[in-house]
Design a protein. Structure first.
Length: 264
């Protein structure tokens, strides 16, 4: 259904009909508004045109539109969990806060807005499929930080992926707990052998560690539960493998390990 155009009136009664001479002409849109709108449109077109066929990432984290990865995800949990598959696909670039960004969509229903430059690769915003607009991160969330050499470190905020309460709700601690994770590049020339026998090299190995102080049971009381994360990024492929380990003493909670590995 087409809605009629909105018209502003100075002193004419609202009963004036469309085209009634007594109503007078519609107020023109100020030229500065038109100029600002056109400038924004032209900027968006220019930024997107320059990025359409360009890899917006780097050799360790390609971000070319159409690049797709499928990862098989398996779990070793205190409570059984079925394996699953994640699909990660770089969609068309976008403009966010007047800068061109790559958009990487996760099959779980989330898009990540990413920026790569000489400082590294970082996430600047995130959008769920049900959202109209992306939400900016309060601070950039680093995926990889330069220089890509052993010893480079950075921090991000993380949540537990796997820890769950046994008898309380919400069960998942990811809704109630956060921690600071420290990341470090530990190797730059590793070889990753995939389940199908393919060998990829050279690869970065990045390790993250955070701790949550949790009341796990009456025997152990409060315990520093480690959240351990390992990722492998291979030249020309990007992220090809990750491991997340969250082990907790038997008691009030359950945990385990997640492994995701590139299949194609």
């Amino acid at each position: 259904m087409m809605l009629p155009p909105l018209r502003r009136f100075a002193s004419s009664p609202p009963s004036c009909g469309e085209g009634d001479p007594a109503c007078g002409p519609a107020e023109p849109v100020p030229r500065r508004v038109l100029h600002g709108t056109l400038s924004a449109i032209m900027l968006t077109i220019a930024l997107l045109a320059g990025c359409a066929d360009h890899d917006m990432g780097n050799e360790w984290f390609p971000l070319r539109a159409g690049h797709e990865q499928r990862l098989l995800v398996s779990y070793q949990m205190d409570e059984p969990r079925e394996p699953e598959e994640w699909t990660l696909r770089v969609t068309a670039p976008s403009v966010f806060q007047d800068q061109a960004v790559a958009v990487r969509h996760h099959s779980a229903g989330v898009s990540y807005y990413l920026k790569a430059d000489e400082l590294g690769v970082r996430r600047v915003a995130v959008r769920a499929d049900i959202d109209d607009q992306p939400t900016a991160d309060e601070e950039p969330v680093w995926v990889l930080k330069a220089p890509y050499q052993v010893g480079t470190e950075w921090t991000t905020t993380t949540v537990p992926y796997l820890l769950q309460r046994k008898n309380e709700h919400p069960r998942d601690l990811k809704y109630t707990h956060r921690a600071q994770m420290t990341w470090r590049i530990e190797a730059v020339d590793e070889t990753v052998t995939l389940a199908d026998g393919r060998q990829l090299k050279p690869c970065l190995r990045v390790v993250g560690l955070a701790r949550l102080n949790l009341y796990t049971d009456p025997v152990h009381g409060f315990t520093d539960v480690p959240l351990q994360h390992r990722e492998w990024f291979c030249q020309g492929e990007g992220l090809v493998k990750l491991e997340r380990e969250e082990r907790v003493p038997a008691g009030f909670m359950t945990g385990g390990m997640l492994t995701a590995e590139l299949t194609r």
